[in-house]
Design a binder for this molecule. Structure first.
Ligand code: ZN
Length: 224
C-alpha cells in the first residue's frame, strides 16, 4: 500500500508541519504544564525543515546561545500524509498515513518561556531555520496501528528520551483525525506527534543518535 512512499521515492512536498504540545503526561509535568483535554496544536513552516539521512552522519545547526538562549531537543514520532484530510474518521486518517520517521522539534526554550509569560505566540522560538529536523522517510507498514511504537534519542551515548507511543494522551490515528476537525490537512503535511519526557538543551559537538525500530540516524551539533 505504501511502497510508493519508500524513502528513495517519496517526493511529496511538505506544506506545513503540525506539532502537538503536551501529548505525553510526563513531559507536560516536567515543564510545569497541565495535561490538556484536547490536543494543543501549533505549526512550523516548511522553511525550517532539515533532513537527516540514515546513510551518513548529519549535522544540526545550533542557534547562538548568547543571542537566543538555550535550544532544547524534543524527539518525536513524525508522520507524513499522502492524502488530503478534512473532518476525517479514524479509518480515513489511518489510510492517509504515508510514511514515518523520527524528528526533532527544536525549541528556543528560554525564549518560548518568555513568550508564554507574555501570552504571545511561540513562532520565534519554534520556527527558526533548522528548527524541524526530520529523518528520511520510512514505510509506515511496519508500525501497524501505531499503538506500540518505541523510539529513543541518545546524546553522547546516553539515552535521554525513551518514547513509547502507548503513553500518548492522543494516540497517532485519533490525533490526526482530531487535527483534521480543526483545519484541513494536505498530502505532504507532516505531523510531529509530541515529545516524551527527558527534554534538555543541546550543546555544540553533542553527538546524537535517533533510533526508531531498526532505523537510526546520527548527527553532530554545530554552531549555526
Ligand atoms: Zn514538540
Amino acid at each position: 500500500m505504501t511502497a510508493e512512499l519508500s524513502p528513495e521515492k517519496n517526493n511529496l512536498t511538505i506544506g506545513k508541519v503540525v506539532c502537538v504540545g503536551r501529548n505525553y503526561a510526563a513531559h507536560a509535568r516536567e515543564l510545569g504544564n497541565d495535561v490538556p483535554k484536547s490536543p494543543l496544536l501549533f505549526m512550523k513552516p516548511a522553511s525550517c525543515v532539515t533532513y537527516l539521512n540514515q546513510k551518513e552522519v548529519g549535522s544540526i545547526d545550533l542557534p547562538n546561545a548568547d543571542k537566543f538562549g538555550d535550544t532544547h531537543y524534543e524527539a518525536e514520532l513524525c508522520i507524513q500524509l499522502m492524502r488530503d484530510l478534512k473532518n476525517a474518521s479514524y479509518d480515513d486518517a489511518k489510510s492517509a498515513i504515508g510514511a514515518v520517521t523520527l524528528g526533532l522539534d527544536l525549541t528556543l526554550r528560554e525564549l518560548q518561556s518568555a513568550l508564554k509569560a507574555k501570552g504571545q505566540p511561540w513562532e520565534r522560538a519554534k520556527c527558526f531555520d533548522g528548527a524541524c529536523v526530520l529523518g528520511d522517510w520510512v514505510d509506515s507498514a511496519e508500525f501497524g496501528d501505531f499503538k506500540n511504537v518505541n523510539y529513543q534519542l541518545m546524546i553522547n551515548d546516553e539515552t535521554v528520551q525513551d518514547g513509547d507511543s502507548s503513553l500518548m494522551l492522543f494516540p497517532v490515528i485519533e490525533l490526526i483525525s482530531q487535527i483534521s476537525q480543526a483545519f484541513s490537512l494536505q498530502a505532504g503535511d507532516v505531523i510531529m506527534t509530541g515529545t516524551p519526557s527527558g527534554v534538555g538543551k543541546l550543546t555544540v559537538n553533542d553527538k546524537l543518535i535517533l533510533k526508531l525500530g531498526n532505523h537510526r540516524w546520527q548527527a553532530q551539533v554545530q554552531s549555526a
